[in-house]
Design a protein around this ligand. Structure first.
Ligand SMILES: [Zn+2]
Length: 361
Protein backbone atom coordinates (compact mmCIF):
# COMPACT_ATOMS: atom_id res chain seq x y z
CA UNK A 1 0.00 0.00 0.00
CA UNK A 2 3.01 2.29 0.38
CA UNK A 3 3.09 3.34 -3.26
CA UNK A 4 -0.42 4.69 -3.19
CA UNK A 5 -1.57 8.00 -1.90
CA UNK A 6 -3.45 7.16 1.20
CA UNK A 7 -6.54 9.27 1.49
CA UNK A 8 -8.38 8.29 4.61
CA UNK A 9 -9.15 5.44 6.87
CA UNK A 10 -12.87 5.16 6.77
CA UNK A 11 -15.02 2.65 8.53
CA UNK A 12 -17.23 0.65 6.22
CA UNK A 13 -20.22 1.80 8.21
CA UNK A 14 -19.44 5.45 7.59
CA UNK A 15 -19.49 5.16 3.80
CA UNK A 16 -22.54 6.68 2.24
CA UNK A 17 -23.18 4.01 -0.35
CA UNK A 18 -25.93 2.32 1.59
CA UNK A 19 -29.18 3.62 2.93
CA UNK A 20 -28.51 7.29 2.28
CA UNK A 21 -27.74 6.69 -1.38
CA UNK A 22 -30.49 7.96 -3.65
CA UNK A 23 -31.63 5.42 -6.24
CA UNK A 24 -31.12 6.95 -9.70
CA UNK A 25 -34.25 7.54 -11.74
CA UNK A 26 -32.98 5.29 -14.53
CA UNK A 27 -32.45 2.45 -12.06
CA UNK A 28 -35.92 2.96 -10.62
CA UNK A 29 -37.44 2.69 -14.06
CA UNK A 30 -35.28 -0.25 -15.06
CA UNK A 31 -35.62 -2.06 -11.77
CA UNK A 32 -37.07 -5.45 -12.45
CA UNK A 33 -35.65 -6.60 -9.15
CA UNK A 34 -37.63 -7.46 -6.05
CA UNK A 35 -38.68 -4.42 -4.02
CA UNK A 36 -36.59 -5.62 -1.08
CA UNK A 37 -33.41 -5.06 -3.09
CA UNK A 38 -34.03 -1.32 -3.44
CA UNK A 39 -32.93 0.69 -0.43
CA UNK A 40 -33.05 -2.44 1.68
CA UNK A 41 -30.63 -1.08 4.26
CA UNK A 42 -33.19 1.59 5.16
CA UNK A 43 -35.08 -1.21 6.93
CA UNK A 44 -31.98 -2.70 8.50
CA UNK A 45 -32.44 -2.79 12.29
CA UNK A 46 -30.00 -0.48 14.07
CA UNK A 47 -28.31 -3.36 15.87
CA UNK A 48 -26.80 -4.43 12.51
CA UNK A 49 -23.93 -2.61 10.81
CA UNK A 50 -24.10 -2.85 7.02
CA UNK A 51 -21.10 -4.63 5.58
CA UNK A 52 -21.97 -4.67 1.88
CA UNK A 53 -22.97 -1.60 -0.05
CA UNK A 54 -25.22 -1.43 -3.04
CA UNK A 55 -23.89 0.81 -5.81
CA UNK A 56 -25.95 3.15 -7.95
CA UNK A 57 -26.65 1.69 -11.36
CA UNK A 58 -27.71 3.29 -14.63
CA UNK A 59 -29.61 0.19 -15.70
CA UNK A 60 -27.96 0.42 -19.14
CA UNK A 61 -26.07 -2.88 -19.06
CA UNK A 62 -25.61 -5.89 -16.80
CA UNK A 63 -21.88 -5.97 -17.65
CA UNK A 64 -20.66 -3.02 -15.64
CA UNK A 65 -20.10 -2.54 -11.92
CA UNK A 66 -21.37 -5.23 -9.54
CA UNK A 67 -24.50 -4.67 -7.47
CA UNK A 68 -22.56 -4.74 -4.19
CA UNK A 69 -19.12 -4.02 -2.83
CA UNK A 70 -17.64 -4.67 0.60
CA UNK A 71 -15.19 -1.91 1.51
CA UNK A 72 -12.22 -2.29 3.84
CA UNK A 73 -11.32 0.21 6.55
CA UNK A 74 -8.00 1.04 4.89
CA UNK A 75 -9.49 1.75 1.47
CA UNK A 76 -7.18 3.89 -0.66
CA UNK A 77 -7.64 5.85 -3.85
CA UNK A 78 -5.00 5.51 -6.54
CA UNK A 79 -4.71 8.66 -8.61
CA UNK A 80 -2.63 9.62 -11.64
CA UNK A 81 1.10 9.51 -11.06
CA UNK A 82 3.44 11.83 -12.93
CA UNK A 83 6.28 10.56 -15.09
CA UNK A 84 6.80 6.84 -15.58
CA UNK A 85 7.10 5.47 -12.04
CA UNK A 86 6.44 1.90 -13.21
CA UNK A 87 9.20 1.84 -15.84
CA UNK A 88 10.70 -1.67 -15.95
CA UNK A 89 7.66 -3.35 -14.42
CA UNK A 90 5.65 -5.90 -16.40
CA UNK A 91 1.96 -6.68 -15.99
CA UNK A 92 -0.26 -9.47 -17.25
CA UNK A 93 -3.97 -8.76 -17.62
CA UNK A 94 -5.48 -12.24 -17.60
CA UNK A 95 -9.05 -12.84 -18.73
CA UNK A 96 -11.23 -15.82 -19.41
CA UNK A 97 -12.97 -13.97 -22.28
CA UNK A 98 -12.12 -11.16 -24.65
CA UNK A 99 -14.47 -8.68 -22.95
CA UNK A 100 -13.54 -9.23 -19.27
CA UNK A 101 -10.47 -7.00 -18.98
CA UNK A 102 -11.77 -4.11 -21.13
CA UNK A 103 -15.09 -4.06 -19.28
CA UNK A 104 -13.93 -4.46 -15.70
CA UNK A 105 -10.43 -2.98 -15.53
CA UNK A 106 -9.49 -1.54 -18.94
CA UNK A 107 -8.99 1.94 -17.49
CA UNK A 108 -6.52 0.71 -14.89
CA UNK A 109 -4.57 -1.36 -17.45
CA UNK A 110 -4.26 1.72 -19.71
CA UNK A 111 -3.24 3.87 -16.71
CA UNK A 112 -0.53 1.50 -15.48
CA UNK A 113 0.92 1.12 -19.00
CA UNK A 114 0.93 4.89 -19.51
CA UNK A 115 2.79 5.19 -16.20
CA UNK A 116 5.56 2.89 -17.38
CA UNK A 117 4.42 -0.75 -17.26
CA UNK A 118 4.89 -3.11 -20.20
CA UNK A 119 1.58 -4.97 -20.56
CA UNK A 120 0.50 -8.37 -21.89
CA UNK A 121 -3.09 -9.48 -22.42
CA UNK A 122 -3.67 -13.19 -21.84
CA UNK A 123 -7.01 -14.81 -22.76
CA UNK A 124 -7.74 -18.30 -21.46
CA UNK A 125 -10.81 -19.38 -23.49
CA UNK A 126 -11.50 -19.40 -27.24
CA UNK A 127 -14.73 -17.36 -26.87
CA UNK A 128 -16.56 -19.69 -29.27
CA UNK A 129 -19.90 -19.12 -27.54
CA UNK A 130 -20.12 -15.52 -28.75
CA UNK A 131 -20.53 -15.34 -32.51
CA UNK A 132 -22.94 -16.05 -35.35
CA UNK A 133 -21.65 -19.61 -35.23
CA UNK A 134 -19.16 -21.33 -32.94
CA UNK A 135 -16.44 -21.11 -35.60
CA UNK A 136 -17.17 -17.46 -36.33
CA UNK A 137 -17.01 -16.71 -32.60
CA UNK A 138 -13.52 -18.21 -32.35
CA UNK A 139 -12.18 -16.15 -35.26
CA UNK A 140 -13.87 -12.84 -34.41
CA UNK A 141 -12.89 -12.95 -30.76
CA UNK A 142 -9.31 -13.85 -31.60
CA UNK A 143 -9.16 -10.69 -33.73
CA UNK A 144 -10.85 -8.71 -30.97
CA UNK A 145 -8.39 -9.90 -28.33
CA UNK A 146 -5.53 -8.42 -30.38
CA UNK A 147 -7.42 -5.18 -30.99
CA UNK A 148 -8.31 -4.81 -27.30
CA UNK A 149 -4.63 -5.28 -26.40
CA UNK A 150 -3.66 -2.53 -28.85
CA UNK A 151 -6.35 -0.15 -27.62
CA UNK A 152 -5.20 -0.52 -24.01
CA UNK A 153 -1.52 -0.16 -24.91
CA UNK A 154 -0.46 -3.79 -24.35
CA UNK A 155 2.63 -5.07 -26.14
CA UNK A 156 1.11 -8.42 -27.10
CA UNK A 157 -2.05 -10.54 -26.83
CA UNK A 158 -1.90 -14.28 -26.16
CA UNK A 159 -4.62 -16.95 -26.03
CA UNK A 160 -4.90 -20.46 -24.60
CA UNK A 161 -8.10 -21.34 -26.60
CA UNK A 162 -9.88 -23.55 -24.05
CA UNK A 163 -13.52 -24.13 -24.95
CA UNK A 164 -15.83 -21.36 -23.90
CA UNK A 165 -18.20 -22.11 -20.99
CA UNK A 166 -16.57 -25.50 -20.61
CA UNK A 167 -13.47 -24.60 -18.68
CA UNK A 168 -14.67 -26.42 -15.58
CA UNK A 169 -14.07 -29.50 -17.74
CA UNK A 170 -10.42 -28.52 -18.23
CA UNK A 171 -7.51 -29.64 -16.11
CA UNK A 172 -6.90 -26.59 -13.96
CA UNK A 173 -3.39 -27.80 -13.31
CA UNK A 174 -2.64 -27.55 -17.03
CA UNK A 175 -3.93 -23.97 -17.25
CA UNK A 176 -1.85 -23.14 -14.18
CA UNK A 177 1.28 -24.72 -15.65
CA UNK A 178 0.89 -22.78 -18.90
CA UNK A 179 0.49 -19.55 -16.93
CA UNK A 180 3.58 -20.29 -14.81
CA UNK A 181 5.56 -20.79 -18.02
CA UNK A 182 4.36 -17.47 -19.47
CA UNK A 183 4.86 -15.56 -16.22
CA UNK A 184 8.46 -16.78 -16.10
CA UNK A 185 9.16 -16.14 -19.79
CA UNK A 186 7.66 -12.65 -19.66
CA UNK A 187 8.98 -11.92 -16.13
CA UNK A 188 5.58 -10.73 -14.96
CA UNK A 189 5.47 -8.93 -11.62
CA UNK A 190 1.90 -7.55 -11.56
CA UNK A 191 -1.42 -9.25 -12.33
CA UNK A 192 -4.88 -7.91 -13.11
CA UNK A 193 -7.63 -10.51 -13.20
CA UNK A 194 -11.04 -11.49 -11.89
CA UNK A 195 -11.27 -12.05 -8.15
CA UNK A 196 -11.12 -15.82 -7.48
CA UNK A 197 -13.28 -15.11 -4.40
CA UNK A 198 -15.92 -13.21 -6.34
CA UNK A 199 -19.38 -14.13 -5.03
CA UNK A 200 -22.34 -15.41 -7.04
CA UNK A 201 -20.46 -16.29 -10.18
CA UNK A 202 -22.55 -17.76 -13.01
CA UNK A 203 -19.86 -18.25 -15.60
CA UNK A 204 -17.74 -21.36 -14.91
CA UNK A 205 -14.80 -20.01 -16.92
CA UNK A 206 -14.28 -16.99 -14.68
CA UNK A 207 -13.47 -18.83 -11.48
CA UNK A 208 -11.44 -21.57 -13.17
CA UNK A 209 -9.29 -18.89 -14.80
CA UNK A 210 -9.03 -16.80 -11.63
CA UNK A 211 -8.03 -19.75 -9.44
CA UNK A 212 -5.40 -20.86 -11.95
CA UNK A 213 -3.97 -17.33 -12.08
CA UNK A 214 -3.78 -17.00 -8.31
CA UNK A 215 -1.95 -20.30 -7.83
CA UNK A 216 0.33 -19.57 -10.79
CA UNK A 217 1.29 -16.23 -9.20
CA UNK A 218 2.51 -18.02 -6.11
CA UNK A 219 4.17 -20.98 -7.83
CA UNK A 220 5.96 -18.91 -10.50
CA UNK A 221 8.47 -17.85 -7.87
CA UNK A 222 9.09 -21.34 -6.54
CA UNK A 223 12.39 -23.13 -7.05
CA UNK A 224 10.90 -26.62 -7.03
CA UNK A 225 7.88 -26.16 -9.31
CA UNK A 226 8.69 -27.15 -12.90
CA UNK A 227 12.48 -27.14 -12.35
CA UNK A 228 13.02 -27.97 -16.02
CA UNK A 229 12.10 -24.34 -16.76
CA UNK A 230 15.24 -23.28 -14.93
CA UNK A 231 17.35 -25.86 -16.69
CA UNK A 232 16.07 -24.35 -19.94
CA UNK A 233 17.23 -20.90 -18.84
CA UNK A 234 14.07 -19.32 -17.41
CA UNK A 235 14.10 -17.32 -14.21
CA UNK A 236 11.47 -17.36 -11.45
CA UNK A 237 8.74 -14.71 -11.75
CA UNK A 238 8.01 -12.76 -8.57
CA UNK A 239 4.41 -11.51 -8.65
CA UNK A 240 4.47 -8.56 -6.27
CA UNK A 241 1.09 -6.94 -6.95
CA UNK A 242 -2.37 -8.28 -7.75
CA UNK A 243 -5.43 -6.29 -8.76
CA UNK A 244 -8.58 -8.44 -8.46
CA UNK A 245 -11.79 -7.10 -10.00
CA UNK A 246 -15.35 -8.34 -9.50
CA UNK A 247 -17.75 -9.33 -12.24
CA UNK A 248 -21.25 -7.97 -12.60
CA UNK A 249 -24.09 -7.79 -11.98
CA UNK A 250 -24.46 -10.27 -9.13
CA UNK A 251 -20.88 -10.72 -8.06
CA UNK A 252 -19.25 -8.72 -5.37
CA UNK A 253 -15.85 -8.67 -3.81
CA UNK A 254 -13.82 -7.05 -1.11
CA UNK A 255 -12.60 -3.61 -2.21
CA UNK A 256 -9.58 -1.89 -0.70
CA UNK A 257 -8.49 0.13 -3.73
CA UNK A 258 -10.38 2.54 -5.96
CA UNK A 259 -8.46 3.63 -9.06
CA UNK A 260 -9.17 7.01 -10.62
CA UNK A 261 -9.49 6.26 -14.35
CA UNK A 262 -10.89 9.66 -15.36
CA UNK A 263 -7.90 10.38 -17.62
CA UNK A 264 -8.18 6.93 -19.22
CA UNK A 265 -11.89 6.64 -19.89
CA UNK A 266 -11.41 7.15 -23.63
CA UNK A 267 -8.83 4.32 -23.72
CA UNK A 268 -11.31 2.12 -21.89
CA UNK A 269 -14.01 3.09 -24.40
CA UNK A 270 -11.70 2.20 -27.31
CA UNK A 271 -10.87 -1.13 -25.69
CA UNK A 272 -14.55 -1.98 -25.48
CA UNK A 273 -15.40 -0.76 -28.98
CA UNK A 274 -12.62 -3.08 -30.20
CA UNK A 275 -14.58 -5.98 -28.77
CA UNK A 276 -16.88 -6.65 -31.72
CA UNK A 277 -17.59 -10.34 -31.22
CA UNK A 278 -19.03 -10.33 -27.74
CA UNK A 279 -20.13 -8.13 -24.89
CA UNK A 280 -22.39 -5.09 -24.86
CA UNK A 281 -20.04 -2.68 -26.71
CA UNK A 282 -18.52 -3.29 -30.16
CA UNK A 283 -20.76 -1.99 -32.92
CA UNK A 284 -23.94 -1.57 -30.88
CA UNK A 285 -23.77 2.22 -31.32
CA UNK A 286 -23.77 2.12 -35.10
CA UNK A 287 -26.53 -0.50 -34.99
CA UNK A 288 -28.73 1.79 -32.87
CA UNK A 289 -27.94 4.71 -35.18
CA UNK A 290 -29.04 2.62 -38.20
CA UNK A 291 -32.22 1.43 -36.48
CA UNK A 292 -33.18 5.01 -35.61
CA UNK A 293 -32.42 6.18 -39.15
CA UNK A 294 -34.81 3.55 -40.50
CA UNK A 295 -37.47 5.20 -38.35
CA UNK A 296 -36.48 8.66 -39.63
CA UNK A 297 -34.84 9.59 -36.32
CA UNK A 298 -31.40 10.28 -34.90
CA UNK A 299 -29.85 10.50 -31.47
CA UNK A 300 -27.55 13.56 -31.52
CA UNK A 301 -25.11 12.07 -29.00
CA UNK A 302 -24.26 9.29 -31.48
CA UNK A 303 -22.80 11.83 -33.95
CA UNK A 304 -22.82 11.58 -37.74
CA UNK A 305 -20.97 8.35 -38.51
CA UNK A 306 -20.59 4.78 -37.31
CA UNK A 307 -17.28 5.45 -35.57
CA UNK A 308 -18.61 8.24 -33.38
CA UNK A 309 -21.80 6.25 -32.81
CA UNK A 310 -19.82 3.28 -31.45
CA UNK A 311 -17.56 5.43 -29.27
CA UNK A 312 -20.31 7.61 -27.84
CA UNK A 313 -22.70 4.71 -27.27
CA UNK A 314 -20.09 2.98 -25.12
CA UNK A 315 -19.13 6.16 -23.28
CA UNK A 316 -22.68 7.36 -22.63
CA UNK A 317 -24.34 4.05 -21.77
CA UNK A 318 -21.79 1.40 -20.85
CA UNK A 319 -19.35 3.60 -18.92
CA UNK A 320 -22.09 5.30 -16.94
CA UNK A 321 -21.88 2.92 -13.99
CA UNK A 322 -18.14 3.57 -13.66
CA UNK A 323 -18.95 7.28 -13.62
CA UNK A 324 -21.48 6.65 -10.84
CA UNK A 325 -18.89 4.58 -8.94
CA UNK A 326 -16.34 7.38 -9.34
CA UNK A 327 -18.83 9.97 -8.12
CA UNK A 328 -19.07 8.12 -4.80
CA UNK A 329 -15.40 8.96 -4.25
CA UNK A 330 -15.35 12.43 -5.82
CA UNK A 331 -13.78 11.11 -9.04
CA UNK A 332 -14.83 11.37 -12.68
CA UNK A 333 -14.64 7.63 -13.40
CA UNK A 334 -13.31 4.80 -11.22
CA UNK A 335 -12.62 1.07 -11.10
CA UNK A 336 -12.56 -0.91 -7.85
CA UNK A 337 -10.24 -3.71 -6.77
CA UNK A 338 -9.18 -6.09 -4.09
CA UNK A 339 -5.50 -5.12 -4.25
CA UNK A 340 -2.81 -7.37 -2.83
CA UNK A 341 0.52 -5.59 -2.61
CA UNK A 342 4.10 -6.71 -2.03
CA UNK A 343 4.63 -8.63 1.23
CA UNK A 344 6.98 -7.20 3.85
CA UNK A 345 10.57 -8.44 3.88
CA UNK A 346 9.97 -10.74 6.87
CA UNK A 347 13.54 -11.91 7.41
CA UNK A 348 14.86 -8.33 7.17
CA UNK A 349 12.41 -7.28 9.88
CA UNK A 350 13.54 -10.11 12.19
CA UNK A 351 17.17 -9.21 11.53
CA UNK A 352 16.38 -5.57 12.31
CA UNK A 353 14.82 -6.60 15.62
CA UNK A 354 17.76 -8.86 16.42
CA UNK A 355 20.28 -6.10 15.66
CA UNK A 356 18.40 -3.65 17.86
CA UNK A 357 17.94 -6.00 20.83
CA UNK A 358 20.91 -8.39 20.78
CA UNK A 359 23.12 -8.30 23.93
CA UNK A 360 26.75 -9.38 24.42
CA UNK A 361 27.18 -13.05 25.39
ZN1 LIG B 1 -16.20 -13.31 -19.08
Amino acid sequence: MDRRRFIARVSAASLTLGAARPVPAAAQVAAAQPAAAEGQSAELPTRFTPSAFRLPSSGYSPFTTPDYYTFTDDLAIERNRSGRPHEGKILAAVQAHSDDIPLYCGGTVAKLINEGYTGYLIRISNDEAAGETLGHGVVQNEIDNHEVAKALGCKKALSFYYRNHRMDDCAEIEIRARLIFLFRVLQINTILTMDPYNHYEENPDHLVAARAVEAACWMSGGAKDYPEHYKAGLKPARIREKYYHARSPEGHNLVNLVVDISSYIDDKVRGNVANKGKGPAGAHGSLLRRQLAEQGKKLPLLGDNDETANQEYVKHFLMEDWRLLGAQFGLGYAEAFRYIGPPPDYSARIREYADAHAEPL
